[in-house]
Design a protein around this ligand. Sequence first.
Ligand SMILES: [Zn+2]
Length: 321
Amino acid sequence: MKVIPLAADSLGVRSMATYVEIADTGILIDPGATLAHSRFTLPPATEEWDALRRANDRISAYAARASMIFVSHYHDDHFRSDPATYLGRTVLAKDPHRMVGGQQARRGSELWTMLDAKARPTIADGYERREHALELRASPPLPHGVEATTLGYVVALLVADHAERERFVFASDVQGPLSGVAAGWLIQQRPTLLYLSGPPSYIEGQLGTPLIERGIDNLLRVIDATGCRVIMDHHAVRDAGFGARFERLWSTKRVVTAAEFLGVPLAALESQRRQLWTSVARKPADGARTADRAAGGADAPKRRATIDRPITRTARGGPTS
Ligand SMILES: [Zn+2]
């Protein structure tokens, strides 16, 4: 089984898009990517827009290889609306009518209207299928973080390869998991590799330290019970201090970010947004060099000199999406 994170917060964008290949079946999971429209009261920096472009290109390339698409929930960083991604494919997607609310219900319904015309959509919640060595099992709706919030529910997915005895579980925005119910489901699946969003310590001031600690404790419990390796990313790396904050997890040597899993440099750009903009402001703007840059010269700046980039529709991630 191949597991390839395609885009992630540790790679510069809000996303958990992942490609899984087992025998001749390619599964694209959560094919969305966004940027936080405001962090530290700043819009995305140029580096983040570049990362978003790369992320979307990569997701599109793997969409072409996939025969199945899975959508865990309807936050913008987890799905796309364009028909091309889903055209003619089997789509497993969260029930847009049950255990879903607010904006997610509207977006889900809109997506399903398109899917009914262009693809073969199936409700993911509780889905099970086994064919030869491949087993797919989706969870019932699990809380997006703690139970009963406006953030709603996500569906997690087990992809098991019985020939290779590998069990990959993608658990989307369970945020730790913060919920004991989610932790229980994860343990039951006996994952060998688990990918989830970690506790959202970047809003620890709002949520309180005991909740973040609960998320860490729950993940340690999953690791102890199953011995799985873990890719922890997304909410967990939006805090610039995530290295120290989650030392209890990293020190197990079982937990890595998506960037580390891929063996590429860490680029948790959203957490560094202030520094990215500060380095722009510090750039000198002398006449000769500015003229050269305006002409697109070799040393044309990689970053813009002022914060003037309009916020486009792709920068729409909410505080905890
Ligand atoms: Zn998310």
